[in-house]
Design a protein. Structure first.
Length: 375
């Protein structure tokens, strides 16, 4: 079937439609990862976004239940250069085309994704529509312009779990983690705020000997403390961090009372809770190959990213907080640590699903922080 991608500035791309027939709407972003498309599909941080994958062939190794980061895809739509209708991999259970059709995700393929990415890099991310039912591009451009902007939108409360649950670890997967089959006996309790949490984050916490209780995004600080955790984790998630005021208020109440570790949206919320400010990046960071420098050691990590907003480093009180990590591509603040309170965060994704494993040490750092706090 034929499909059209229309951007709010009037740019049109025509191609072949796959996945679900129909229309989808969202902010169009690009991801430079070479593999791990299923993890990208199912990352809740992509809620409200149409994702362009720069790797030219997508779908050739199919999908399987082990690689899901959530129970369903969260991308609104997918844009590729070549979308494979078949799969060739011993782990494949469902071809990507059928998988995305099952969850009502439209796909447009056979377009020049290089031209699209260059357009987004030059002009910034913008709203767009994928349609396989509307043939008038002018109508689609107007639809794109009518989509609600990401700025000022709280998506965390939408994608979050609706009820508290205990994470049941499915065991380390040697294909994904390079770890053995034996899990450590849990001796620490972590309460994880779900703003759009990924399964591999929960696996990594469990691999460090943590029993994990996952709570909805709007759970009060008092209720979290009532669970008597050894530490509190603030997850990744979609949307603008500034309107998520309930989380900022809870973080202020929790700081200093328990060790706190935040990733991605959790990092941004910590920045805001500390009195800082956030801003939207021109085209965001989405990919598995971003170099990040540890400011204390000078060591460079290759890291996985998925964020559209960032914390303004000039808005952080340098007397209270150390800026620990900087992105070497654009000097974006990628990590911070409080000088006197047990609290730290990173903007990137140390669970690396998909992505390199350079930053797994941060989960060990969190465990050590909890152990030290108990002494």
């Amino acid at each position: 079937m034929q499909a059209i991608l229309a951007l709010e500035d009037g740019r049109i791309f025509r191609g072949q439609g796959y996945g679900a027939k129909g229309e989808c709407y969202g902010e169009v972003v690009f991801n430079t990862s070479l593999t791990g498309y299923q993890e990208i599909f199912t990352d809740p941080s992509y809620a409200g976004q149409i994702v362009v994958l720069t790797n030219p062939q997508i779908g050739n190794y199919g999908t399987n239940s082990d690689d899901n980061e959530a129970n369903r895809p969260f991308i609104e739509g997918l844009v590729t250069r070549e979308f494979s209708p078949i799969s060739s991999n011993w782990r494949s259970q469902i071809v990507a085309d059928e998988y995305l059709e099952r969850f009502n995700v439209p796909v447009i393929s056979d377009i020049d994704t290089r031209a699209l990415v260059r357009h987004l890099r030059t002009h910034g991310v913008m709203r767009g529509v994928i349609s396989s039912i509307e043939t008038d591009p002018d109508v689609l451009v107007e639809k794109a312009r009518s989509i609600k902007k990401m700025e000022g939108t709280d998506l965390a409360s939408i994608v979050s779990t609706k009820s508290r649950y205990e994470w049941e670890h499915d065991g380390p997967d040697p294909l994904r983690q390079g770890e053995g089959p034996t899990l450590p006996k849990p001796d620490l309790h972590v309460v994880a705020y779900d703003f759009g949490i990924k399964k591999n984050i929960l696996r990594m916490l469990a691999n460090e000997g943590c029993r994990v209780t996952v709570v909805p995004a709007q759970t009060s600080a008092e209720d979290v403390l009532g669970l008597n955790p050894d530490g509190i984790f603030l997850s990744n998630g979609p949307g603008d961090p500034e309107p998520v005021e309930y989380a900022q208020q809870n973080i202020r109440k929790l700081m200093g009372r328990k060790p706190v570790f935040g990733i991605c949206l959790g990092h941004q919320l910590i920045g805001l809770a500390l009195g800082g400010k956030t801003y939207k990046l021109k085209f965001g960071h989405h990919g598995g190959n971003h170099p990040v420098k540890q400011m204390q050691t000078g060591k460079v990590e290759i890291t996985a990213h998925n964020h559209n907003f960032a914390v303004d480093p000039d808005s952080i009180n340098a007397n209270e907080v150390d800026l620990t990590h900087i992105d070497l591509n654009d000097n974006t603040l990628e990590g911070l640590r409080h000088k006197s309170l047990p609290l730290f965060s990173v903007q990137y994704h140390p669970e690396a699903s998909p992505g390199p494993h350079d930053s797994h040490y941060l989960f060990r750092d969190f465990r050590k922080m909890m152990e030290d706090f108990k002494k």
